[in-house]
Design a protein around this ligand. Sequence first.
Ligand code: SAH
Length: 209
Amino acid sequence: MTSARTRARLVERLRAQGISNEEVLGIMGHIPRHEFIDEALSHKAYDDTALPIGFGQTISQPYIVARMSELAAAVPERKLALEIGTGCGYQTMVLSKLFKTVHSIERIGGLVRNTRERLSRLGVHNARLRHADGSGGLPDLAPFNVILITAAAPIVPENLISQLADGGRLIFPVGSQEQELRMIERQGDDFLESRLEKVLFVPLLPGVA
Ligand code: SAH
């Protein structure tokens, strides 16, 4: 149920869904997704669904992690990534394999503690987690090659585009009832926005818990 063969099936499914970046597929084929969820649910770990991770939050569906990761992987330089919404750290771990350093912000203290312990157990040493409201990004550490938001804000987070490096990408869900995945790409002083596909994320909330 949690074997390499099960993960290979997940990769085949992702391929069939249109994910074509071999590096991302290889990374997701290696990460033990069952380590990120409650043991009672590990038989579902490789299904293409979101699953509960406690504190009323969910681990994103593998397809959407793959989609956001391949958009992230295509930037010209992969030095620094910022993730807003660490959750159980699965997406964080995928980013840690693609980028030299990852900063990830989570507003729920219990998730930060569990995820820090989990990532260290899994040997991830280039991801720095912070317990904070991430909606303002991390201006002191900017610019980032990628900023990836894994919770949906009702409006486009324009405050973050100034934290993008040249060639950098801001990848985020937006909307309340109906949500859409979007990307803003910085090219010099130009910012190109693309609308990608319908998605469903938990809401981006203010403050810490
Ligand atoms: N990438 C995660 C998805 C977790 S769900 C994974 O693979 O598991 C989104 C997470 O965003 C939740 O844990 C939620 O608590 C967090 N979140 C919501 N609003 C936030 C905010 N303003 N700042 C930081 N984290 C936030």
